[in-house]
Every structure is written in structure tokens, then in C-alpha cells.
Write a protein that binds this ligand. Sequence first.
Ligand code: NAD
Length: 475
Amino acid sequence: MVQQYSVLINGKLEKPGKWIDVVNPANEQVIAQVPDCGQEELDRAVAAARAAFKTWKNVPIEERRAVIQKISAAIKANADELMRLLTSEQGKPHAQAAGEIHGAAAMAAAQSTLSLEDEINEDSDTRLSRTRRVPVGVVGGIVPWNFPVMMAVQKIVPALLSGCTMVLKPSPFTPLATLRIVELIADEVPAGVLNVITGGDDLGPLITSHPDIDKITFTGSTATGKRVMESASKDLKRITLELGGNDASIVLPDADVKKVAEQLFWSSFTNAGQICVAAKRIYIHEDIYDELSAAIAEYAKGVKVGDGAEQGTAVGPIQNKKQYERVLDLIQDAKDNGYKFLVGGDHDPSIPGYYVPITILDNPPEDARIVAEEQFGPVMPLMKFSTVEEAIQRANASDYGLAGAVWTGNPEEGVKVAEQLETGTVWVNEYLHLSPFAPFAGHKQSGFGAEYGKEGLLEFTYPQVITVKREKAVA
Ligand code: NAD
């Protein structure tokens, strides 16, 4: 029998009795079961969060900060165990899983230092007006399967720091490391302040429509994000949505080909391409296209795809069967249309596990599905451009607006291009770096609101303006 994990409701670890199987994507074996919670567990979790809110909102921020620092410390102290668990449920290689665990602990510690000071609007003879920040209330957090620990922590930290209480739902595909963290911290967080329940995709809509939840913070696909927004609109819940992206990288003709080849490769293939801000369309200037595409293809040959738990694996499997089939479908579409493959294109369905070989396409047209859609897998389309204006126009021709990158020997020129991209984040000569203190906010259909930094924290609060009339002293 596989291990059965507990959920956390009102400070107690529970095993409600109905179960969901969790599968290792490297071999398709069931490795654990987690509770299949429904309306009854959700109602109890929300009631606990509502009751805890009455006191938590008045707990001084220093004490709330200390609780978050304990969460961070628990993650760090158990990083090795959590890293192995994460690889087994998500598929990412050990080194990348360790990066996610340590990154989540560091992110929590850094963001715990944020504060919510009052602001003075007017301090005159006749009036004192100040804005204070009050917590929104009970927050429902919904997390995807690509960075389950980082995304869970990224929702828990600002919610708790602001004085909100929370009901968090991990993805049914990747709940294990999160539930283990919850077990480790159950005694550190006051009962009801953080509740974590697992369930199938039907649990999400129950959360977004729950009448006693005040705010939803959601990370996932744009399609689901629209459903979340529609559902939350019924009672005007506050929402923060971090959604999909189809990020473009623009490589200018003065880029250092040898240096950039490896960095570009990893900007697309880290986590097997399953990153919202992965480089999903690479535009290369025609002067260096042949040399750079050959260098990327050469680099790809030395990269091992396999079980993330095996030494030497650098690219793991796709996390789940549905996404695996979607990525294979995009590759098949490229084949059917006669697009040229620089690397990959073939795949062996007889091997257990959701493996997609590294695939690089050579200059497919702009309307190819692999260019126009978010692939979220290890497939990289390289496209040739002639002028910078053309590259910017093609990069911006998307409903998404999450992130992008510019690669150049001249950072100042890179910044000029960056400023013309219609995305919330742009990197010049680097990739995938997110600061705990900078807002991460998708433009267009990549999101609504912001996470990270002060701006992300403020999303969990309402402004409240208190104005006091001052009587002028009579002489
Ligand atoms: P998804 O939208 O299928 O699922 C995300 C979460 O929503 C899961 O927990 C799921 O159970 C839940 N859910 C499903 N249907 C729901 C509904 N109707 N109402 C409420 N919740 C529901 O996304 P995914 O496949 O888990 O993740 C991949 C997508 O997430 C990609 O598009 C990726 O770009 C995006 N993503 C975005 C960011 C970001 O910060 N912008 C980060 C990671 C992933």
C-alpha cells in the first residue's frame, strides 16, 4: 500500500477517507494517495479560516512575520527530503527540485521582511488623513503543477503576512511536497490561519464560488483563469491571476553566439519547458541565425532526458499525461505541416513515463501552432528576423504578455528593445530570474494583478482611509 497523506483543517491533520492517486511521471507508477476533499471539507476549512481571521488580523505584523520565518526555516531544514518528493511527483531533476525548495524558503524569508506602513495623506491644521492597509479576509489559493512548492509558498506568504487567513488547494497532480511541508509546520501556524485541502479539478470551482471566501489568488492556465474570474465575479471577490505566457526572446545580431547558445537552451528547457516564463519563441537575427541555431542544436545533443531521480538527467518527463499528449500533438502538427526539425521530432511511446525528447524547430512560420500557442513542454521554435522593428512586432503579436528577453552585446540597446515589449517582465542577457521584491505581473491575457514584492502584498489588503477633523485652536 502507498503512503496516504493528510490535509490540514483548523490546525488538525486529517485523512477524510476518499483518495486521489498521485503518479510519478517518470514511470507512471502510483506513488501516494492524497485526500479527495469536497464541499464538506471545504466548508469546514473556510469556517476555520473565517474564525481565525478575527484574531489573526489583529496579531502584530512582527508576530505574523515570525510565523513565516518558521515556515521558511522548516522548508530549508527538510530540503533534501522535500527535493526527492518533488522530483518523484513533478518529474524535475534533483538539482532543479533542490533549486525550487531552497528558492521557496529564500523567497519566504525575503518577503517576510516586507511591511505595511500607514501613509499620511494630509496632516494640516484642519485635518489628519491617513491610509492604513487592512487584510481582505479569507483567501482561496489555487496552485498549478509545474512549480508546486514555489507557487504554494508564494501564495501563503503574502496572505499570512498581510493578516489574511487561507484555504490553499495544491494541484491534484503535485500535492505531496506541499502536504509534507504542511505536516512539518502544522504546529507553528495558529489553528485555522492556514488550511490546505486537496481534491480534483472540481474542488477549484467550489473554492472560487464559495460565499465566505473574500479573495482568490490563482496560478494556472489562461483558460482556467477566465473561469476563475467569471466565478469570482458573482460576489466581487478580489482576484490575483498569474496565467499562461508565450514568451519571446529576441537575439540581436551583436549577441555572443557561443555564450548565448547554452543560456537560450536553458531558458526554454529548464523544467522540461513547463515554466510560465520559459522562452517559448526565439527570434534570431538573420546574420547569426545559422551559426546560433547550429550551436544550440550541438549543445542539445549533450543533454540527457530521463528520470529526474537518475544522476546526469538534466531534462525530466512532462508532468502529466494530458500535457504530454498535448505536446506530442503540437510536434505531430509540425510534422504534418512539413516544418523542419533541427533536433528531435521522434518519440518512443513504448517507454513508460511521459518523456518527450528535446525538440528544436528550424524557422517554422508565424502561424504554426508551435509558435502561436503556449507549448509548455521541451519544444523550442527558432525563427529568423531581418529588422529589430519586425522582431518587436512579431514578439508583441500575442494575446499573452507575461515575460520576454533580449540578448545583445549592447545592454543599452537591449533595454530600448525591452521597453517596447508588451510584457510584465523583460530580461536583458539573462532569463527566469524573479526578485522577491519586484512585482511579477502578466500583461494582457497573462494575468490580473501582481504577485511578489510590495505590490503583490498589497493585493491581499484593502486601503482604509481614516480622516480626523482638527478644530483650529481659538486664539
Ligand atoms: P490549470 O489551469 O489546469 O490548473 C491550475 C489549478 O487550477 C489546479 O490546481 C487545478 O486543479 C485548478 N482548477 C482547474 N479547473 C479549475 C476551475 N474551473 N476553477 C478553479 N480552479 C480550477 O493549469 P495547470 O495545467 O496546472 O498549469 C499550467 C498553466 O499554468 C500554464 O498555462 C502556465 O503557463 C500557467 N502558469 C502560470 C504561472 C504564472 O505565474 N503566470 C506560473 C505557473 C504556471
